[in-house]
Design a protein around this ligand. Structure first.
Ligand SMILES: Nc1ncnc2c1ncn2[C@@H]1O[C@H](COP(=O)(O)OP(=O)(O)OP(=O)(O)O)[C@@H](O)[C@H]1O
Length: 251
């Protein structure tokens, strides 16, 4: 990797009650790269995201963001430094409109009072950001729709719009296709592709193998807390150890 990595983890370990949940994981992600993170259930993918985002502290090892050691920094400091993530479970305000949800995220980033009570002027910076981000994920037509009634696919797009409103440089997407109807997978995949194409660095945990392999530059394969492989989809798919991790099933 020639350029300085945008994100790197070195010898990351997490032990809980004697169990090694994350076991000496090292990899780096280049600026603008999209890295898929795959692995069987319980492999440690979400835990890895929790360590990178600061939700969990590693037992040992280091997390670097754009060359800076952020291992000891809390979530909000890493977020301020440009790290953003979505979760497997929805983080929307289901009683608010799509615009209001994204405005709150934008306001949080801008440091403004997070109030949706006041009526925003058209020139309101947060509203402008909200409109732009909704357009970016293809949800402008749902701007005034209450988030709770959106389809799962559109809820995921809205979560991504909220994330983009905080202007992250590195984005961790944790199973964005979870619960999304098969008819919505294609549209959501396009949104993620667009987010990446705009130059952002993306880490994608996803079980939907077709989606991962069709999107990412490289794939990291987790198994029992270890990093089994980290390479291009073609190389990883041909790796016997990866095949074995999936119980011999073709990927
Ligand atoms: N706080 C915790 N205490 C004990 N064990 C935990 C804790 N958090 C995670 N684990 C265990 O660590 C392992 C990895 O969990 P993790 O959720 O990171 O896996 P995953 O690869 O994201 O799985 P999935 O694909 O099912 O979401 C699992 O065996 C899980 O039970």
């Amino acid at each position: 990797m020639s350029a300085r990595p945008m994100l790197a983890v070195e010898h990351l370990c997490l032990s809980i009650g004697g169990a090694r949940i994350i076991d000496d994981v090292t990899f780096a992600v280049a600026p603008g790269e999209m890295l898929g993170v795959i692995g069987p259930n319980g492999a440690g993918k979400t835990t890895l995201f929790n360590l990178i985002s600061g939700l969990l502290a590693p037992s040992t090892g280091t997390v670097f963001l754009n060359g800076r050691d952020v291992t000891a920094e809390p979530i909000h400091k890493r977020a301020r430094a440009g790290l953003g993530r979505t979760f497997q479970t929805s983080s929307l305000f289901t009683g608010l409109t799509a615009t209001e949800n994204v405005r709150l995220a934008a306001q949080a980033k801008l440091g403004a009072a997070t109030s949706v009570i006041r009526f925003p002027r058209r020139t309101d910076v947060a509203t402008t950001i909200a409109n732009d981000r909704l357009a970016e994920v293809g949800l402008s037509h749902h701007a005034k729709t209450i988030a709770g009634v959106l389809s799962h696919g559109d809820k995921r797009k809205l979560e991504i719009a909220m994330l983009l409103a905080t202007d992250p440089r590195v984005i961790l997407l944790d199973e964005p296709m979870a619960g999304v109807a098969s008819g919505d997978v294609h549209g959501l995949t396009d949104v993620i592709r667009q987010v990446h194409a705009s130059g952002r660095t993306v880490l994608l945990v996803e079980h939907h193998m077709e989606v991962v392999l069709g999107l990412v530059d490289r794939v990291a394969v987790m198994h029992h807390g270890e990093l089994l492989a980290c390479d291009t989809p073609t190389v990883v798919m041909a790796d016997p150890a990866v095949q074995a991790a999936y119980l011999g099933a073709p990927l």
